[in-house]
Structure formats: C-alpha cells, structure tokens
Ligand binder design. Structure first.
Ligand SMILES: O=P(O)(O)OC[C@H]1O[C@](O)(CO)[C@@H](O)[C@@H]1O
Length: 426
C-alpha cells in the first residue's frame, strides 16, 4: 500500500467483530448503491472505469493551451478549485519552472484588488481561461468569470472563444448556456460526482495536464488505490484503518483533527482534505473538525496550543519518506553558529528529527498521533493518496451515520448574501 498508517494507540483493539461488521455493511451498501447519498458515488470506480478517450481529449486540449497561452486562469471554488490546486502545489518543486503553462486561480474568493491586478499581470502574457463550476451558478466564480470573459473578449475579440474552456454539468446551469451560446470547448462534471470528489475528472485533470504534469500517472495511482483499498480487511486496507482510528478518537473525546505536514508543498493537500472531510462529515451536530498546520512554521506558533492547550485534539502527520532534492550541512571552520554538530546530515534527516521530536512532545502532552506515510511526491503517489482520502472519508462519514455527499449547511450564507445584495427573489 502506498499510504501506510500508524497509530500511537492500540490499533488491533479497534478491529472488533462489531467494527468489522459495520465496515462490511457500509461497503455492501456502497457497492449496491443503497447507502445514503448513493447517487453521488460515481467517483468510487471512476479511476478504473474512466473513458480513455476522455484522457486523450484532456491531454490534447492541454497541449493546445500550452501552444496558445503562457498562463491558464482557472476559475472555480471549493471542489472546483482545491483538487487541481492541491496536486499542482504538491508536484511543483519550489522555485523551479514546470514544462507547461503557469496556472493562476481566480474566483475562489471575492477581491477586487486580486482580479484587477491579475488582469494587469495578464496584459503581458498570452492567456487562456478554464472556468469550472458543476452547478454553473456559484456566485464567486461567476463574478470572476464575468470580468475575465470581458477581458478576453476585449483583448482577443472572436478568438476569445478559442481560449475559453468550460467545465460544468452536461445538461444544466447558466454556465452551460453561456458555453453553448459562445461555442466554448466544454468538459463535463459527471452528474454522480460531487465537487470535493471530482479531482480525477476533467475538473482536476485539465489544469494539471496544462501545467505539464502526467495525468496518466496520477490516474494510475488512483486506480491502484481503488483496487488495493477495495477490501474490508482492516489489516490490509489503510483507508479503513484511518477511518476506524478517526472514529475511535472522535468517540474518545477528540473532536478536532489537526493534519500536520513537514513540507510546505503539501499545504493545499491539507486544504483539499479540509473541504473533503469538513463538508462530508460536519453535519447534524456531528463530525470531526479538520484543521491543519505546517511544521516547523507552526511549531513556533500553534505548537504551543497543541502541546498545552485544551485537550480535544489529535494529530495526523502526513509524512513523505523521500524527497527529490536535498542539501547536506557542512562543517564550518569557526562554528560561530554552533551548528557543526549537524555536519554531514541532510536537511531531510534534520526534518525527520523535527518530526520525531514533535511526535514525542505532543504525545507526552496528551495528543494522540496518527501517521500517514507516503513514499514521495510523484504523480502516482499523489493520485493514490487523494483516492485513499476519499474512500476513507466515505467510510468515516458512514460510521457516523452521516450522508458524505451533501452539504446543506453551505446554503445558509448564500441566502443571506443574496438578500444583502438584493438578488431578486431574496
Ligand atoms: O462547482 P460549483 O457548483 O461551483 O460548486 C463549488 C463548491 O461549492 C459547494 O457546492 C458549496 O457551496 C461545494 O460543495 C463545491 O465544491
């Protein structure tokens, strides 16, 4: 298994006959499409069932984008933004340029300064736009698209239609109508796959391919995860292990999970994970609150609370076993910084010591620890990891007797916002 799970508690004691029976009945209900929200289980077999011709079409479109543009502006929010952002940030080696186009996200928040300055930045670049919205009516990306569509039409005239790519529902939504009307190239968000489970569809794949990364490898990792994480044997299925540990800790009085990474590149995997678990589990007054920290940075900030604050937290380290690039500490003649004791060690080794020291400290402070280890930062590993999280999230929510695939709580702010902005009908 590409994702290895370890736990500071006694994992074996969690695999009771009752737990095994629950997991088995959840799997059976998912397979039979009778579980709550089963209409949105399309992501489950997507990696193995995805049409190869769609992968080819995405790759060809990505190549066309690379020919016509320096920058692809990807407009979207939530699941129509975070999957691609997570993959791109994790794959991108700091300060190095990748082969494909630069990807800039928009529409994930409302900021006039951001959009205004973005359009100024775009003036000196060749530009393409990929607007992504499953519903085709989410306000924040719709606002951003109104500005960027106008920008593209003013700048490129009729050619704008060849530079705008729309990813939306096959049959409904305002964005679909615009795409049809203007003749934009279209990609479909499958009906049975919700936003936060859509990273392996065109939603995530087109931006990742345009940036020059291998979507074949990403999908290969997801497909292997689909196969390896399909059994109900907790000893052999790390996704079930993670779900059982989370469920145990939640019921043992730990309602907050902090994802901790020691490589900043994983920050947006955490953001994606927060949406996945937060929107899937946080309803009916239940659910673990997903939070995140980046260490060492946050050891000098939130680390104080984790060590000594209210005891309601458990931590999940996401650990990368090997890195592509590293440097070694050298011996210095005068040792004025008193670091010669580190001579000969790579920074990955030093970072390992930071991880081990943090684990020991937080454990002794009463913070249970789960560790998810992945081997590297490759596309394949990432594909595996994201699928691991999705299947584990489904099990976690079903263990809490929650429908993992709706998000009724998100509507409340939208209704208030429409009223405050005088939208007709509100
Ligand atoms: O792709 P859409 O329909 O614009 O939705 C974006 C996001 O908004 C939400 O529906 C919440 O409002 C998320 O679940 C979703 O990922």
């Amino acid at each position: 298994m590409t994702v290895h799970v370890s736990f500071s508690g006694d994992f074996k004691s969690l695999v009771t006959p009752e737990a095994t029976a629950k997991i088995t009945s959840i799997k059976q209900a998912m397979d039979a499409r009778t579980s709550a929200g089963a209409d949105f289980l399309g992501w489950k077999n997507w990696p193995s069932e995805m049409d190869a011709s769609l992968v080819t079409r995405i790759q060809e479109t990505a190549q066309a984008i690379q020919k016509q543009a320096d920058v692809l502006v990807v407009i979207g929010i939530g699941g129509s933004y975070l999957g691609a952002k997570a993959v791109l940030e994790a794959l991108h080696q700091p300060f190095l340029t990748n082969e494909g186009v630069e990807i800039i996200f928009a529409g994930h928040m409302v900021s006039g300064a951001y959009l205004k300055n973005l359009m100024t930045y775009l003036d000196s670049k060749e530009v393409a736009v990929n607007v992504i919205s499953k519903s085709g009516k989410t306000t924040e990306p719709a606002i951003a698209f109104r500005f960027l569509q106008d920008y593209m039409e003013t700048r490129y005239g009729a050619e704008a239609a060849e530079r705008i790519y729309v990813t939306t529902d096959a049959e409904k939504g305002a964005l679909l109508d615009v795409a049809k009307d203007k003749g934009y190239a279209r990609f479909v968000v499958p009906d049975d796959i919700g936003g936060r489970y859509s990273v392996f569809t065109s939603v995530g794949l087109l931006p990742v391919a345009a940036a020059g990364y291998s979507i074949e490898q990403l999908l290969a990792g997801a497909k292997r995860a689909e196969q390896e994480l399909g059994s109900v044997d907790a000893e052999k299925n790390s996704a079930i292990q993670y779900a059982l540990i989370r469920d145990h800790l939640y019921h043992a009085g730990y309602p907050v999970e902090i994802s901790a990474v020691f490589e900043e590149r994983l920050k947006y995997v955490q953001e994606w994970w927060k949406q996945l678990f937060g929107e899937s589990e946080g309803k009916e007054g239940k659910g673990i609150f997903p939070a995140s920290v980046v260490y060492s940075t946050d050891l000098h900030s939130l680390g104080q609370y984790v060590q000594d604050g209210k005891r309601m937290l458990f931590e999940t380290f996401l650990k990368v076993e090997s890195v592509e690039d590293d440097i070694t500490m050298q011996h210095a003649e005068n040792d004025s910084d008193e670091l010669n004791y580190l001579a000969g060690k790579t920074l990955h080794e030093v970072n390992d010591a930071v991880q081990q020291a943090t684990a020991e400290a937080h454990l002794s402070g009463g913070v249970p620890l789960v560790t998810l280890s992945i081997p590297d930062f490759s596309e394949e590993t990432l594909g595996y990891l994201l699928y691991f999280y999705m299947i584990s999230c489904a099990y976690s929510a079903y263990l809490l007797e929650i429908n993992p695939f709706d998000q009724p709580g998100v509507e409340e702010y939208k209704v208030n916002m429409f009223r405050l902005l005088n939208k007709p009908g509100y």
